[in-house]
Design a protein around this ligand. Structure first.
Ligand code: HEC
Length: 346
């Protein structure tokens, strides 16, 4: 009796499994945009709505060597590397002909939420840098007409542009930048251990990380006055006294006002563990050096923020603070196959 019941149960299970397998070709595709439940709604510009086709095309173009002058630089991914949360690990990135950029590469994680782009806040729409990077001599340094010709004679791109932008669409620099911007907007990172803690898992952080978190949000360090909110930035410009001579005048280059000399936008601290070296000029190689700088109160500079002052942190407290910063790494994002290179020949 018992045995026949077991047999029926096994047969039933086999039936259920085989049914779900025959259904599998129709199962819904993996979503191309996932917003964590504790994140706000994603701002999407009305003139470039996100669609699966655009994201898929944009992902290919993000890694496409054909967009660079001599077809050797894998487009955006040359400096925006997934293993570094879509930034890289040099003080300043080297682009076309190994020419250096002027500032440290900022991470693209959650960039869709940022209303001000770049260290001096000069940019707004992601489409613009995606467009300009193709022909800027220090980045991909290519002739956009030449890029368009390459894509037009490619076996798959012409069809993919039609799928993404309509039957009359052809590859163009304008549409390339739109597709890349759509892919970049999907680079959402909100699954660090800190996020799990925020979503209610009180064991997601260990004791040292919790002590570091308290310090970070305390009046003693003031870190969270500037690195505020879910994205750890007030999107404002500050001087933090990392040097006594600011050869790069930062926000001043945009406003022309002396009060903005040496000021830079507060960068996010999400995934900070994998985006060394640090600061707009990449001058601090490690998190230890960054905290040492804050602990000493920075170097004298006329516009230095009054919040930057000696903190008197003990070596134990410094360890805790760094442990907290490392709990902001979202390893799922860094290893998410949805964002990796889809091209087999690159
Ligand atoms: C007055 C605002 C302000 C305060 C207070 C502040 N920061 Fe910053 N932080 C900034 C700005 C602005 C930068 C970029 C400075 C630059 O590049 O010249 C920065 C850079 C950093 C970086 C490097 C980020 C990167 O991507 O290169 C880290 C790490 C960091 N801060 C952590 C902290 C910690 C920890 C504290 C507290 C001890 C703190 N900050 C306090 C504004 C602030």
């Amino acid at each position: 009796m018992k045995n026949s019941f077991l047999l029926v149960l096994i047969l039933l299970m086999i039936f259920i499994i085989s049914c779900s397998e025959t259904n599998s070709p129709h199962k819904t595709e993996e979503p191309f945009l996932v917003i964590p439940e504790h994140f706000p709604e994603l701002p999407i510009p009305a003139d470039n709505p996100i669609t699966r086709e655009k994201v898929e095309l944009g992902r290919m173009l993000f890694y496409e060597k054909l967009l660079s002058n001599d077809k050797t630089i894998p487009s955006c991914s040359h400096c925006m590397k997934q293993e570094h949360a879509f930034s890289d690990n040099t003080p300043v990135s080297l682009g076309n002909k190994n020419l250096p950029e002027s500032r440290n590469t900022m991470s693209l994680a959650n960039v869709a939420y940022r209303e001000k782009l770049f260290w001096d806040g000069r940019g707004k729409a992601i489409e613009a840098p995606a467009y300009r990077s193709m022909f800027l001599p220090r980045i991909l340094g290519a002739d956009t007409n030449e890029i368009v010709k390459r894509l037009e004679s490619h076996p798959t791109y012409p069809l993919l542009f039609k799928k993404a932008f309509g039957t009359n669409a052809k590859p163009s620099a304008y549409l390339i930048s739109k597709a890349i911007a759509c892919f970049v907007r999907t680079l959402i990172s909100g699954n660090s251990r800190y996020d799990k803690y925020l979503r209610g898992d009180s064991n997601a952080l260990n004791i040292s990380e919790k002590r570091g978190m308290q310090l970070f949000f305390s009046e003693r360090t003031n870190c969270s006055k500037c690195h505020s909110g879910l994205f750890f930035t007030d999107l404002d410009f500050h001087n933090t006294g990392i040097t006594t001579h600011y050869f790069d005048r930062g926000r001043y280059l945009i406003t022309g006002e002396n009060k903005d000399r040496g000021k830079f936008i507060t960068p996010t601290l999400r995934n900070i563990e994998v985006t060394a070296p640090y600061m707009h000029d990449g001058s601090f190689p490690t998190l230890e050096k960054v905290i040492e700088h804050y602990n000493q109160g920075g170097k004298p500079f006329i516009n230095k923020d009054t919040l930057i002052k000696p903190l008197g942190l003990t070596s134990e407290e410094i360890k805790d603070l760094i442990a907290f910063l490392k709990s902001l790494t979202d390893w799922e994002f860094i290893h998410n196959k949805k964002f990796s290179n889809p091209l087999s020949n690159n």
